[in-house]
Design a binder for this molecule. Structure first.
Ligand SMILES: Cc1cc2nc3c(=O)[nH]c(=O)nc-3n(C[C@H](O)[C@H](O)[C@H](O)COP(=O)(O)O)c2cc1C
Length: 325
């Protein structure tokens, strides 16, 4: 997830769910930035050995740049290269990338053929149900990709027009999984063990978990081991996770960039904590850390009655806003 699955976040999730995360994926990385030597873009590929198997997702349009970027991913030591064919953001689709590739199947085929020929590591693609209701072509794209030697297909069962609204179509994921002989994985609305069980049906080979990893970073092991949520109402555990996240963020980012990334997790994860709102009014990671120490040591007490929660609707809205940037 762009802006979310940085190395610190992926490491946190791996640490909190020992043995339960089958695969982590980088933020999507622009092939334009990569092939033009942008340092910031190249840094987005950085990973730690304990993250393996590790996949880098690339996005773009130009066949030669997509191919060069895939080779760079391979040389960088990643285990899998994935092509983003699902991003709905105008700034991406206007330049031909993301979900726009689903509207240009011949061009996508050319990209896949060229990348497949160039790299020896597994190649996967991530698609949506289609561009809109009138052009739901996930099936054709998945079949074409299989024919071109792609090793697995991940499907987010919403169209580009839907963004994140409505329900993801898991019947579609299951139908495609029935027919293809390569692994088909699904994405969309896996938020707890019940929703995971419901979706991991038939020949579906695996589940991708996106937003719910921010709401509950323990979700992977809870699904695998069929456990109740450990985090709900457990404010000490929330604090423990946040302190560890601060450490991991500081290893990768400058002090000035840590605050925003920290708040992204804290705002989603710390529902019900009376200290959530005051925490979110602070901007620097130093302030966050200092405040959380006071909370942990019992030196902070809420003034008066504070109500705090964030409805799932609000959370989904914030994701929508992100996608339309
Ligand atoms: C903030 C945000 C950023 C995302 N960035 C990417 C991305 O870079 N690549 C991608 O394949 N999907 C991306 N997605 C889509 C998710 O991978 C996933 O398919 C979608 O959110 C549905 O799954 P979920 O309900 O588990 O979140 C993003 C989603 C969100 C909310």
């Amino acid at each position: 997830m762009s802006g979310v699955t940085t190395r610190p976040f992926r490491r946190l999730v791996k640490e909190l769910n020992p043995g339960a995360v089958g695969l982590v994926v980088s933020e999507f990385v622009s092939v334009e930035g990569m092939t033009r030597g942008s340092q910031r873009t190249l840094e987005m590929m950085r990973f730690s050995e304990e993250e393996r198997p590790y996949c880098v997702q690339i996005f773009g349009y130009d066949v030669a740049r997509m191919t060069d970027a895939a080779l760079m991913v391979q040389d960088f030591g990643a285990d899998i290269v994935d092509i983003n064919c699902g991003c709905p953001a105008p700034k991406v689709v206007k330049r031909g990338g993301g979900c726009e590739l689903m509207r240009q199947p011949d061009h996508l085929k050319e990209i896949i053929r060229s990348v497949r020929k160039a790299v020896s590591i597994p190649l996967t693609i991530k698609i949506r149900a289609g561009w809109d209701e009138e052009s739901r072509n996930a099936f054709e794209i998945a079949r074409m990709a299989e024919g071109e030697g792609v090793e697995a297909v991940a499907i987010h069962g919403r169209t580009r027009s839907q963004l994140y609204r409505g329900d993801a179509d898991w019947d579609l994921v299951q139908e495609i999984a029935e027919v293809l002989s390569i692994p088909v994985l699904g994405s969309g609305d896996v938020v707890c063990r019940e929703s995971a069980k419901e979706r991991l049906k038939g020949k579906v080979a695996g589940l991708f978990i996106g937003r719910a990893a921010l709401w509950n970073p323990f979700i992977f092991s809870e699904i695998l081991h069929d456990q109740d949520s450990r985090l709900k109402g457990n404010f000490d555990l929330m604090l423990e996770v946040l302190f560890r996240y601060i450490e991991l963020l500081r290893e990768d980012f400058q002090e000035s960039s840590c605050g925003g990334k920290f708040k992204q997790l804290a705002s989603q994860m710390c529902r019900g904590a009376l200290w959530r709102k005051p925490l979110l009014t602070m901007n620097t990671i130093g302030e966050h850390e200092e405040f959380l120490r006071r909370v942990r040591d019992g030196a902070w007490k809420p003034k008066g009655i504070v109500e705090d929660d964030v409805s799932s609707e609000e959370r989904i809205d914030s994701c929508d806003q992100f996608a339309t940037n």
